[in-house]
Design a protein around this ligand. Structure first.
Ligand code: ATR
Length: 278
């Protein structure tokens, strides 16, 4: 019996149990996915206790993606480079850390818009927090020719580009600069918390009227249709939802734990219905 789970705080409303129980079921694996809500004041003791529980693997979410790294025996190259881990696999009692956020994001685009991304594609990432960093890294790895980063605090965009050696592919921008040239990109990814429920009347940028052919994507999944996506759609863009990335990053974690290859499409429709019913 496979024992999987999630650590974070707070995690009561997490969608991960739904996803992983469905994956276990589809793969006909006997297992469970448990929530371990860890109070920040007791993180160190509780992680040591968790090690005793002999889980086969677990996800790590906010606020522990960096803090967990002190307890790992090994860290995959990508996660080490990002400085954040969202998936841990126990291998012969040793904990190995991975990060599936960026790779999951790129897979979710490729899944819904096959052949769309080319080495000549131009991508804009709005925001420069942890999520932006993971997605940026995955695009550099996929050899996309231009990936600009825009942020309220431009120095944070500059720092990511510098640390990930992206100077030849990327320009750091202010949000205002990005807004004025937003129609030049093939894909625009919104990674800030602006627009997230309950502030769902906000959008990080004001969009221009003509966006035909481009993909506008938001990693916020509550609400499903953010103001940013709503406006992009009205202006002719193709839109890509946050729940799509959420499912793909989870499937990557599940693959790492189980060495199976789940079919995402089957689950995507049910996941969307589940979110709509919330
Ligand atoms: P995550 O790990 O989810 O990416 P984060 O590291 O806290 O979260 O990053 C949040 C991102 O949202 C940052 O880019 C942040 O901009 P700053 O770096 O300038 O702080 C952005 N953000 C959050 N609230 C914002 C707001 N009200 N206006 C503009 N940007 C905002």
């Amino acid at each position: 019996m496979l024992r999987l789970g999630l650590i974070g705080y707070p995690i009561a409303h997490s969608l991960s149990p739904w996803i992983h129980e469905r994956l276990l079921n589809d793969q006909q694996l006997d297992g469970s996915y448990e929530l371990f809500e860890i109070d920040p004041g007791h993180f160190d003791e509780q992680i040591i206790e968790l090690k005793e529980q002999k889980l086969d693997g677990f996800n790590v979410t906010v606020p522990y993606k960096e803090r967990i790294m002190d307890y790992l025996d090994d860290i995959d190259e990508g996660a080490r480079f990002l400085g954040a881990v969202n998936t841990v696999k126990a291998e012969n009692g040793k904990w190995v850390g991975y990060n599936t956020d960026g790779i999951g994001y790129v897979a979710s685009i490729e899944d819904r818009f096959p052949q769309y991304l080319k080495d000549t594609s131009k991508v804009l990432i709005l925001g420069s927090g942890g999520a932006a960093r993971g997605i940026y890294y995955a695009f550099l790895r996929n050899q996309i020719s231009k990936v600009d980063l825009a942020n309220r605090t431009v120095a944070k965009a500059e720092k990511i580009i510098e640390e990930l050696n992206g100077e030849n592919f990327s320009t750091p921008l202010s949000t205002e600069q990005a807004e004025s040239q937003i129609d030049q990109y093939d894909l625009v990814v919104q990674t800030t918390s602006v627009g997230m429920s309950p502030n769902d009347q906000q959008s990080i940028v004001k969009l221009k009227p003509e966006l035909k052919g481009a993909i506008f994507s938001d990693i916020v999944y509550r609400p499903k249709m953010t103001k940013f996506l709503q406006e992009a759609k009205q202006h002719g863009a193709n839109i890509h939802f946050g729940y799509e990335m959420l499912l793909h990053q989870a499937v990557y974690a599940f693959r790492i734990w189980t060495n199976t290859n789940p079919e995402t499409k089957k689950i995507m429709n049910d996941f969307e219905s589940k979110l709509e019913g919330e």
